[in-house]
Ligand binder design. Structure first.
Ligand SMILES: [Ca+2]
Ligand SMILES: [Ca+2]
Length: 403
């Protein structure tokens, strides 16, 4: 993301104006940037024009950096890092800045872009019971969304009968769309929280509730603030937002070994249609763990082979309970023959737009590219050992066939 900041340090023999800085927001094309500039430096120079030739300027962006420990931070001056309560994890900007990692724990307030919310004692594991909440503050009125990236997110999973998060829960309060409570293992997943534009937006809080049995928990959540005009701002209503021509989408707590499809989910997943792409194909992920592919198991007894089920054809299961909606989905190998009937609602134990036990590649040409995931509050006895879904997507270029 192009959070360009800007820091100027002047280097000269006897004169140095380094460290005279302030923070403001400036327009740069389509984006608003938090920009640090050398406040007063220009005035000083206008008065000291004759000395200008003595100065050499080094400027660097307040961009994401990688610390010596391999973790991500933000490149700022050492003074700023200390002032903000961060930790230096390395150098950046040719040694003129430090790669600063900012973290908050229970009870903390997030006031900086790129802050991590971590468990008490992180990177040690946390085996306590309680409610751990942090509050998110917009760093600027033009921020419209928070993006949460779960670098590490491992709390106790759902109970095993109906897959409800009754032990541990991660809860987002405030913001829009309302995020479902999630639990279990969610490393690498993400979600977006939309907030009102302007200075007086309703507060957003993140809460990790831990109850019940002993469990070795850990979390590290990166919180990115996204301006309304940003290219990476999610479209309205999207809890998850993927960019790029190809990628992978997983339901929360998806894991081929220990994961369980979560109940009470209801959210929209969006994929940004890249320029000159008119369609999108989905294929269920490879399963190297189980003897039979279980990377799309939304309904039925996943201990057995279960065909795909679709909501619009005359079979016995119209996916009334748990389903993934892909607008006007059709199997790729049927498209060329004719304008085949399309379906929207897919469930069962195999991913296909037809009723089959063979996983197939599914195409949708409805833009924007969206999926809606819904699960009800029960599993047992009809559904057992469902894992949810993992889909690989590939956008399809605009051709005569796909326009
Ligand atoms: Ca199910
Ligand atoms: Ca269910």
């Amino acid at each position: 993301m192009n959070w360009t900041g800007f820091y100027q340090i002047c280097i000269c023999g006897a004169f140095c104006l380094a460290g005279i800085r302030g923070e403001t927001w400036m327009q740069n094309g389509e984006n608003n940037y938090p920009r640090q500039k050398a406040k007063g430096v220009e005035n000083s120079f206008s008065r000291m024009g004759r000395f200008l030739s003595l100065f050499t300027f080094v400027q660097f962006d307040n961009q994401a950096c990688t610390g010596s420990n391999g973790e991500n931070g933000t490149c700022v001056s050492q003074t700023d890092c200390q002032r903000k309560g961060g930790t230096s994890i390395g150098n950046c900007a040719s040694g003129y800045g430090v790669c600063c990692s900012m973290t908050v724990k229970c009870g903390g307030i997030v006031r900086e872009n790129g802050t991590f919310f971590v468990n008490e004692g992180y990177p040690d594991l946390y085996n306590g019971v309680g409610s751990c909440q942090v509050t998110l503050m917009k760093i600027n009125p033009v921020v419209c969304q928070f993006r949460l990236d779960f670098d590490v997110m491992n709390i106790m999973g759902p109970e095993t009968i109906n897959h409800i998060c009754i032990n541990d829960q991660f809860i987002v309060s405030g913001g829009n769309p309302s995020a479902p409570a999630i639990c279990g293992r969610n490393d690498g997943n993400h979600l977006y929280i939309a907030v009102e534009k302007g200075p007086s937006a309703s507060p957003v809080s993140l809460n990790v509730v831990t109850t019940g049995d002993s469990f070795q928990r850990s979390w590290k959540i990166r919180i990115t603030q996204i301006p309304c005009s940003s290219e990476v701002k999610a479209e309205n209503g999207c809890l998850q937002y993927f960019t790029g021509v190809s990628g992978q989408i997983k339901s929360f707590n998806y894991d081929l070994t220990t994961g369980r499809q979560l109940s009470n989910q209801d959210y929209t997943i969006c994929v940004r249609a890249e320029r000159n792409f008119c369609g999108i194909q989905y294929t269920q992920c490879v399963d190297n763990v189980n003897t039979r592919y279980q990377s799309f198991t939304l309904s039925g007894n996943s201990n057995q082979a279960v065909p795909s089920m679709v909501g619009s054809t005359g079979n016995t299961n119209f996916c009334p309970n748990d389903y993934l909606i892909i607008p006007m989905a059709t199997n790729v190998d049927r498209v060329v023959q004719s304008r085949s009937p399309t379906v929207d609602r897919i469930c069962g134990g195999t991913f296909s737009a037809d009723v089959t036990q063979t996983p197939t590649t599914v195409l949708s040409t409805v833009r924007p590219f969206l999926l809606f995931f819904h699960t009800d509050s029960t599993e047992n006895p009809m559904d057992q050992e469902n894992k949810g879904f993992c889909l690989n997507y590939v956008q399809q270029p605009c051709t005569n066939r796909l326009q």
